[in-house]
Design a protein around this ligand. Sequence first.
Ligand code: HEM
Length: 486
Amino acid sequence: MADKLTTEAGQPWANNEHSQTAGSRGPVLMQDYDLLEKLAHFDRERIPERVVHAKGAGAKGYFELLNDMSAYTKADLFNGVGKKTPLIMRFSQVAGEKGYPDTVRDVRGFSMKFYTQEGNYDIVGNNTPIFFVNDPLKFPDFIHSQKRDPKTNRRTQNMQWDFWSHSPESLHQVTYLMGDRGLPASFRTMNGYGSHTFKWVNQQGEQFWIKYHFIADQGVKNMTAAAAEQVTLKNLDYLQDDLYDAIETGDSPSWTLYVQIMPYQAGLDYQWDIFDVTKVVAHKDYPLIKVGRITLNENPTNNFTDIEEAAMSPANFVPGVEPSPDKLLQGRLFSYKDTQRYRLGVNFEDLPVNKPIVPVHNYERDGYMKADNQGAAVNYEPNSLNGPQEVPDAAIKSVTVTGDAQAQPYAHHVDYTTQAGDLYRLMSTAEQARLIETIKNALGQVTLPGVKELEIQQFYAADPTYGTRVAKALNLDLETVLSYRE
Ligand code: HEM
């Protein structure tokens, strides 16, 4: 039998089709509170979308540990082979708004929240191991250049390439994005990366620098630009629907988690700055070590409460995992929970999807929409009332820091072209051809003077063939391009 219709306050609701009126032609009566409530609730249905990564889809699943990592980290979820940790995962695109087509060229978000026995651990990564900028001060400008023009409200190639051509650190990621991986065929067929270097600390206090790699067990598959255009005409939510339908039919996608592990000092001395997120660490120097597997086997029960209200944050660590000094990461540690207080409210961690599976005991109280306010428990410290006690074992491993405090760029091995060139040289001939064609179609639309020249100079520095081919594709004279100065 169907449930009884009720108001939000639980009273039986007599009529959900006809407002109370004076006579059948109206007017409507002020006393019809069911109508007022229904309209008032509807008027407030929308919350701010994520300021970036607004368009996305997610699912529930679990992480299974395949190799014990206790030699490297004391984190409970990485200790004890076979241990299963429930999780929620969300895939997204960066720049488009909530209703934007899925199949446009963009980096894809790859984020997850592990509900561990030591509280929530989030990895908020992308489907690329690197990023466009390496200083958090540049992130808002970068995003503005990817979103809409303030006057025309259009997304323009002018803005995107203007920013990139004046931000040489973006070259590696731009090459990645313009390559085949900029258009994944499915969320299920893309790899994920933690991108930054993180720190693992074991029970003995030994420290290691690590990088996360989630390799799709489905294999990596991408779309051609032509196929993506066709798909976009038919279905704006193609990637979302593909994920949902696969899980619904029992075809659970999975990713094998690997880490690159660098001994503490060797990491600091590595040929590249491992804290500069525009760089990768070569697999031949630090091979991938298998950790476990993520499986997604359950679709959201309710998309708003399971996915839209999910608040992933790079600041959600558990003991045994710590941030590295990576400047971009350090900026992110602030930004996520800050935006979530605005997007979801100050008590967003009370929402079911964000609530840890372990009990919360602390001295924080009250605020809008507080649901679990820790009852009668003491709300100040120090106290003589047996209130919650600190956990010294959870302290971060102390590190020595030195250097002059000032606004300054990365100084250690700044080279933004070699690895971009490596990526270009790693591509097959066919992929290189598609890369040049994609750049031609995008950069070719730029009308701002000098932008093409500055960008091609960087392609050329990465690999002379790369720069020469782009110049040729755009019908520009290479010598003139290379001699251009702002
Ligand atoms: C979402 C800020 C760099 C991956 C977000 C959100 C903010 C943000 C404010 C919205 C969060 C929410 O409303 O819940 C920043 C800042 C960055 C930065 C300030 C640099 C300083 C990065 C990098 C990555 C990344 C380097 C990947 C390695 C993501 C993902 C999401 C996201 C995947 C969506 C999370 C979800 O699915 O809910 N970012 N971001 N971001 N960011 Fe970043």
